[in-house]
Design a protein around this ligand. Structure first.
Ligand code: AHR
Length: 853
């Protein structure tokens, strides 16, 4: 038990403001195979045979290991299997997920052979008598005893034939259906129900059960489209029951969809479009997602809206705003294409909101929903920014607002600063646990007269472990700060939502599933707990609690600059050190024993990536329009003894132009986890490595801060004007200690960074006429106590729900609720003043429900 007392004072008599009714929500993106083979429970992978087609506007290497988008950005392809790991895990085949036995498969791509103009491939199979083709699904098909499965296909056969569709596991037939094909050149649609008997042992391996289609005689059959879906779905609307229930159990109030980066796409033609996501599934064009697989859009606009309605959550649609993914070096589309996307957005809103006697309302009615859907929010673009974004945001905002004024529109950034009408701003934070603890008061000084804030994506995705209790604690601490500021922060959503454990392109994710099972990571249980207990009003709260100094450690120095920056005489604790790694760009020798940073050919190799990917990325850097503008990184002193330091001095002489800003990062670390998106996941150093404090000198302006997204602009008292002669080498020195670091130029002290103490106890309080709901996060590693002092009397009996676990505790398929909330009844202890005393178990998140007396 720690010695210090935590004191929490709560003012219930004059509530500060009402709670934001929709504070907790969800963010769905088709990432990690979250849709096909996930929430949209299609069991046949590559059901339209289009997975191996090279995405439009992209090129490949000769072996088709990677695709390269029009901006030069490479992504894993592997002939349509996607990520290298997945490709290695399945038996080789030219037509992903499909295999043949005494049958020859040929992929047809002639438009005349395809089912309809939106289909780009068909599968021709020459069966011998008794020959078959099979599909292994998304790492095995989840076949359950007693359940029925709807098989559907479009096929054309030269002769009458009988196809038997069987679900098989290890040689055993689990269920089957017989389909008689008529002879004819044209496609015909066939459907059959495969019933699996009660009590059947359905087997369980990564490649089975699978679907087998066997022909009774030698024949040639062309398949135009196939599908196998469970009959039993959430509220009968086609989505996977256990995953939808997992969403329901979060107590969320809204769902943001369909992305994320998929909204931006990898090219002009590839970005997410409403028009491709409605109508019969076999007529919906498929699209290659930047998360390394093709999606067939079975989970389309209608299905998203229906899901929201079924879950009783508000819908938030993110539309493409005429821009591609800027993080992958895409940019604004032409005016003509931008207008196409605006038209798409207008039509989507019409589909959702207009009466059934309008063009798009009629399409909705034809799909089974005559009444308008409740589309409440529309976000214009995802993670787009800069002048190109502002121009498009303005255009979209006015066009959409004029037609649908009832909708709340969300901007990707603080467009109000550019004088644009801005109702709500979406901010994203992915960072370390320390970042979230440090920023618990982040929203306190936001302008209450400015736009409302949507914390649209956040997650601890760096640190010692991911998807662990440590992450949940840091996020929950941050959320207590959000709860205290819900007069400005109106909506939040953890990101991303779903991870198919067999197809992971991004980690961590709130909910993990495979074909059969599902569990929530610790954060899932924390946000569900917070979402469950909302209250009507926010009470003033004061927390005098334990704090802890952060102890940062890591590799001494990373130097960041742009092309042409020269340096020499790097020293760690006075001893010369060398560049041990070039992360972005190259370091080459300059005159006088000095070195120069150049964009170069990006010598750094991303380990775990194919050679094709590495050389494509090198070419991308070489030819990038950002060449010369990109910040280059060099790491020093990784080989010094010890390399992992807390207290040290690092100094270096640098010659740079005034417009070449210099950044020195300290306490850098290589994350042990494979968090984040897989693009640079396997590299030994990523952006995650430099999330520690940094010193940046832009021109002569010096500033120290923690790098982060949506950094608030530097205030004048955070910056110092330094005396720098740009015609010569200047010596920049950082002296780091446990409290922070001091910065010197040419021996003159410039400024210091004092590390903020991290709060061990954070809290918020809401309530109503009957209850006070105290959310309490205790990050300390020892159990502690808190005195809770509300300004009104409370009863002796209370209830709490609490999550307590070691920092590295995680959930898994084997132990799904290892970290989860438990309800406890409390008989409250009191101190001499009659104030309530509650225990704070080590590493705990709780909601304490006090009954007003
Ligand atoms: O949540 C994963 C990705 O992170 C989203 O697609 C994107 O918006 C963000 O960069």
């Amino acid at each position: 038990m720690s010695g210090q007392t935590n004191r929490i004072t709560i003012s219930t008599k004059t509530p500060e403001f009402p709670t934001a009714p929709s504070l907790y929500g969800l963010f769905f993106e088709d990432i990690n195979h979250a849709a096909d083979g996930g929430l949209y429970p299609e069991m046949i992978r590559n059901r339209a045979f289009e997975d191996s087609l090279v995405p439009e506007e992209c090129t490949t290497d000769p072996e088709e290991k990677i695709i390269i988008n029009p901006y030069g950005w490479p992504g894993a392809f592997n002939k349509g299997e996607g990520m290298d790991e997945w490709a290695a895990a399945v038996p080789p085949t030219d037509i992903p997920a499909w295999y043949s036995y005494r049958a020859r498969m040929t992929l047809l791509t002639d438009p005349a052979a395809c089912l309809n103009p939106n289909r780009k491939a068909a599968l021709e199979v020459c069966f011998e008598e008794g020959g078959s083709i099979s599909n292994i699904g998304y790492c095995g098909m989840a076949v359950k005893p007693g359940e029925a499965y709807d098989f559907m296909m479009f096929a054309a056969s030269g002769v009458p034939a009988v196809i038997t569709a069987q679900l098989m596991s290890g040689g055993s037939v689990l269920g089957s259906a017989v389909i008689a094909l008529a002879a004819g050149e044209d496609y015909a649609q066939y459907s059959a129900v495969i019933q699996v008997p009660e009590g059947m042992d359905t087997g369980d391996s990564s490649l089975s059960p699978c679907l087998v289609l066997t022909a009774d005689r030698a024949c040639t059959v062309t398949f135009g489209f196939t599908s196998l879906l469970p009959e039993r779905t959430y509220k009968g609307h086609g989505l996977r029951e256990d995953l939808a229930e997992a969403l329901k159990n979060t107590h969320s109030k809204f769902i943001r969809f369909p992305g994320g980066c998929v909204v931006e796409g990898i090219s002009e033609r590839n970005a997410w479009r409403f028009s491709r996501s409605i109508g019969p599934v076999w007529e919906r064009p498929s699209g290659w997602l930047m998360w390394h697989y093709r999606a067939t859009n079975g989970l389309g606009f209608h299905e998203y809206l229906q899901l929201c309605e079924d879950l009783e959550m508000d819908a938030m649609f993110v539309c493409n705003c005429g821009m591609s993914c800027q993080a992958r070096r895409g940019g604004g589309f032409s005016e003509e294409i931008t207008d196409e996307y605006l038209e798409e957005a207008l039509n989507a809103l019409s589909y959702a909101l207009d009466p059934a006697d309008t063009e798009y309302g009629a399409k909705r009615a034809a799909a089974g929903h005559p009444e308008p859907f409740g589309l409440k929010y529309v976000e214009i673009g995802n993670e787009n920014h800069g002048p190109e974004y502002n121009a498009r945001y303005e255009k979209f905002y006015h066009a959409l607002k004029e037609r649908y004024p009832q909708v709340t529109y969300i901007s990707n950034g603080h467009t109000e600063e550019a004088g644009l009408p801005t109702e709500m701003v979406d901010e994203h934070y992915y960072s370390s646990p320390e970042f979230f603890f440090e920023h618990v008061n982040h929203f306190e000084d936001y302008d209450r007269k400015g736009p409302e804030i949507f914390l649209g994506e956040y997650a601890v995705n760096g640190g010692n472990t991911i998807a662990s209790m440590e992450c949940a604690l840091a996020e929950a601490a941050f959320l207590t700060g959000v709860e205290r500021c819900q007069d400005v922060v109106k909506l939040t959503a953890y990101a991303p939502l779903f991870q198919n454990a067999d197809y992971t392109a991004w980690k961590p994710n709130l909910i993990v599933f495979d074909s059969r099972e599902v569990y929530g990571i610790p954060t899932y249980h924390a946000v569900s707990l917070f979402g469950k207990y909302r209250g009507d009003e926010v009470y003033g709260i004061k927390v005098d609690g334990e704090t802890k100094p952060p102890v940062y450690h890591g590799v001494p120095g990373i130097l960041c600059g742009k092309d042409g920056l020269k340096f020499r005489n790097a020293k760690l604790n006075g001893v010369p050190v060398e560049v041990t790694r070039e992360v972005y760009g190259e370091v080459c020798e300059a005159e006088d024993g000095a070195f120069m940073m150049v964009t170069g050919s990006h010598r750094h190799v991303f380990t775990g990536k194919s050679d094709a990917w590495n050389s494509a990325f090198g070419r991308f850097i070489e030819n990038s329009p950002f060449r010369g503008e990109k910040t280059l990184w060099a790491v020093f002193g990784e080989n010094s003894e010890p390399a992992d330091l807390t207290e040290y001095t690092f100094e270096i002489d640098v010659l740079r132009d005034e417009d070449n800003p210099l950044t020195l990062n300290i306490w850098n670390f290589r994350p042990d986890t494979d968090a984040g998106c897989n693009e640079p996941k396997d590299t030994e150093w990523t952006a995650m490595s430099v999330r520690r404090q940094s010193w940046r000198i832009d021109g002569c302006t010096s500033a120290v801060r923690v790098p982060g997204w949506h950094d608030k602009p530097l205030t004048p008292d955070e910056t110092v004007q330094a005396d720098i002669d740009f015609t010569r080498y200047n010596t920049y020195k950082i002296a780091a200690n446990r409290e922070g670091f001091d910065c010197y130029i040419n021996g003159e002290f410039v400024q210091s960074c004092r590390l903020p103490l991290l709060p061990e106890v954070t809290a918020s309080a809401t309530g109503n006429g009957e209850e006070i709901l105290v959310k309490l996060v205790h990050a300390g590693e020892e159990a502690s106590m808190a005195v809770i002092a509300p300004d009104c009397a409370v009863e002796d009996d209370a209830v709490r729900e609490i999550i307590a676990a070691p920092l590295d505790a995680v959930n898994s398929f084997a132990d799904k609720t290892n970290v989860s909330a438990k309800e406890e009844k409390l008989h409250l202890s009191r101190n001499a003043e009659g104030e309530v005393i509650v225990d704070l178990p080590a590493h705990s998140i709780q909601v304490l429900r006090l009954k007003k007396a």
